[in-house]
Design a protein around this ligand. Structure first.
Ligand code: HEM
Length: 599
């Protein structure tokens, strides 16, 4: 595309100059670089545009037009190549998923399993549906939830152990759910790498908060909560569910905010809002694109915003109090080189955050730290409150329905501690029947029906050369595992705390020696330990397990020491039905009466 241009177009006045120029640059090359204005010829480089005789108004404009044209073309080409590359990667990943997925046993549905959809539509008995599939296909079953969504359910205990240790990521849906409700946060994120440091710091804080094994330690939160019980107990109709929700809210709230929490005027509004947000979060997060056009979604977002405003209010209050007590300002605080600073000295989790010892690990970017702390706190309140309220509710319901259980528990509690002395965490560790009751209730009614994990980056190779492709959703059906007759015996579905008692094990000692570790070991028989998963297991297990078990045990012990818990007199029919049905997975919600015990 090199064109020769008449020498006149160079506008050189004399032949000498023409000669000199022709020596500097060969006429053919120069001509090629400087086309005449108004022709179809255009310059190719900036130098040629500047050297062109047409001046900026002519050669420059043509150059720019040409440059823009070629630039746009290059951009479009590279965009097209990138999109093609991404699509190719996606398609090859999809083929891999199909190839590896179809090697696993499961129903022959190709794109989306109709049985699962039908089970979800008819009241959502996913456990029942999975149970049938495991009966037909064995301990590992695959299901196509959609053309690119593979779900693998695992029931075999040894495989579950491997999965929970190897699959370190949570489902992206879990992260979306928490992000939607809480905003930006460092906990509950799908990638394990991102959540690791926040988990470690929170775990140390929560475990030290209970101060297990230290003499003279008392779980002060419970005392404050009992004062709350005093203010509510006179109400005629306390039902187990709302009472438990209130207790759970107070336990988690006091752990996070300290005593400021009890003077918080917005606490009731916050509790109500939190429950609404917790109920709807998963539904709205299930949309791949946020449905801004739906009024329900907009309403939900405004509730989340209100929740955030309320939390900011109490954080501010807590900070004010902390600065009165001489703690650091939130903005100026920094974690000191990854070292956890004295978590025991912190009176509340927020206090810990303020003085830089908790949750701050993941927040190196100080500008976003307040937003992230706020998100973490809302997330902990959401999860901690709904899971703990579920467990407290099931224990209280059993106390109300089974007077014998209540008497047995009371005897276990007073054998260790009488009402005249202050209840300590160390005392609770010696109340084996109480701890077994809490754990047996968690076994029969876990916080959710499925443990959910995935491995976002790598395929998982399990023993017996089962390969689970990266990105597949792994689920453990908790009801099937925790009520497996082959592990728990023929009465697996019945409430029987004594099954967890091993006379030769001293729980208190065990917890004390395992200080800092997250697991409470109740069983010597390995297969039972592996089949007890209400708090999950492995790298993403619940960080609040010890805190929840001991905190809830402490609450029940304090309640029974101070109050007589009785059902409302007109409950006899409901009680009879519940006791006779033996179906304690779905508990009724009886009303209870609390009357103070005489000393
Ligand atoms: C009875 C009460 C509770 C139950 C039944 C429960 C249950 C669970 C379960 C099943 C998981 C998922 C575990 C897994 O995938 O292996 C989990 C995660 C978690 N729990 Fe709890 N939990 C309870 C209370 C608490 C409390 C009180 C806190 C803290 C204040 C807490 C903090 C967490 C955190 C931070 C995670 C996320 C771990 C991660 O994503 O890495 N939990 N919990």
């Amino acid at each position: 595309m090199f064109h020769s241009v008449p020498s006149s177009s160079l506008l050189l006045p004399t032949g000498e100059l023409e000669l000199e120029l022709s020596q500097l640059a060969p006429p053919r090359t120069l001509a090629a670089m400087a086309p005449s204005c108004g022709t179809a010829d255009v310059p190719y480089t900036l130098l040629s545009a500047l050297l062109s005789g047409g001046g900026p108004a002519c050669g420059g404009r043509a150059f720019l037009r040409d440059y823009a044209q070629r630039g746009t073309n290059a951009l479009l080409w590279s965009g097209l190549l990138a999109v093609t590359w991404v699509l190719l990667l996606r398609v090859s990943a999809l083929f891999r998923l199909w190839a590896l997925g179809s090697r696993l046993p499961g129903p022959p549905a190709l794109l989306a399993d109709p049985g699962l959809a039908a089970a979800c539509r008819a009241g959502g008995d996913i456990t029942g549906y999975l149970s049938k599939l495991h009966g037909t296909f064995g301990p590992v079953v695959r299901l196509w939830v959609g053309p690119s969504q593979l779900l693998v359910s695992v029931k075999d205990v040894s495989l579950i152990k491997q999965i929970l240790a190897k699959a370190e990521d949570k489902l992206p849906l879990t992260e979306r759910t928490y992000n939607l409700a809480c905003g930006r946060l460092g906990l509950f994120i799908s990638s394990f790498e991102k959540v690791k440091s926040s988990r470690e710091l929170l775990e140390v804080f929560l475990n030290e908060k209970l101060n297990i094994g230290a003499s003279g330690s008392s779980f002060k939160i419970i005392e404050a909560i009992l004062d709350r019980v005093d203010s509510t107990k006179d109400k005629d109709s306390l039902d187990c569910r709302s009472f438990s929700q209130h207790m759970a809210f107070n336990i988690i709230g006091t752990a996070l905010f300290g005593e400021v929490f009890f003077d918080w005027p917005d606490a009731a509004a916050y509790e109500e809002l939190l429950m609404i947000v917790a109920k709807d979060s998963c539904f709205w997060a299930s949309y791949a694109v946020p449905p801004f056009w739906k009024p329900g979604y907009r309403k939900y977002r405004s509730l989340c915003a209100k929740l955030k405003i309320l939390i900011e209010g109490i954080i501010r209050k807590s900070i004010e109090q902390s600065s009165l007590l001489g703690h650091n300002d939130l903005r100026s605080c920094k974690k000191s080189e990854g070292v956890v600073k004295d978590p025991v000295g912190c009176t509340s989790l927020l206090d810990g955050i303020i003085s830089g010892c908790c949750l701050y690990g993941a927040v190196e970017r100080s500008l976003s730290s307040e937003e992230e702390i706020c998100g973490n706190i809302v997330g902990l309140m959401l999860h901690g409150m709904s899971a703990s309220s579920n467990l407290i509710g099931s224990i209280l319901t059993r106390l109300v329905l089974y007077p014998k259980l209540k008497d047995q528990l009371y005897a276990d509690i007073v054998a260790v501690c009488d009402r005249s002395s202050e209840l300590e965490v160390d005392d609770v560790l010696r109340m084996q029947f109480l701890l077994a009751t809490v754990c047996e209730s968690a076994r029969l009614l876990p916080a959710g029906p499925l443990l959910q994990r995935c491995s976002l980056q790598h395929d998982l190779t399990l023993k017996s050369s089962i390969i689970i492709p990266a990105g597949a959703t792994l689920v453990v059906p908790l009801h099937l595992v925790q009520m497996d007759v082959s592990v728990w015996g023929h009465d697996a579905c019945q409430f029987n705390p004594s099954r967890l008692l091993q006379k030769e094990i001293d729980l208190g000692e065990l917890l004390g020696t395992h200080k800092g570790s997250n697991r409470i070991k109740l069983f010597t028989e390995c297969n039972k330990t592996d089949s007890f998963l209400p708090f999950g297991s492995g790298s993403r297990a619940c960080v609040g397990q010890k805190f929840a078990i001991l905190g809830i045990s402490m609450l029940i012990a304090s309640l029974l020491l101070n109050y007589e818990v009785q059902p409302q007199p007109d409950l006899s029919r409901e009680m009879d039905l519940a006791v006779n049905s033996n179906n304690l997975g779905h508990l009724p919600n009886p009303k209870l009466i609390l009357t103070g015990r005489k000393i």
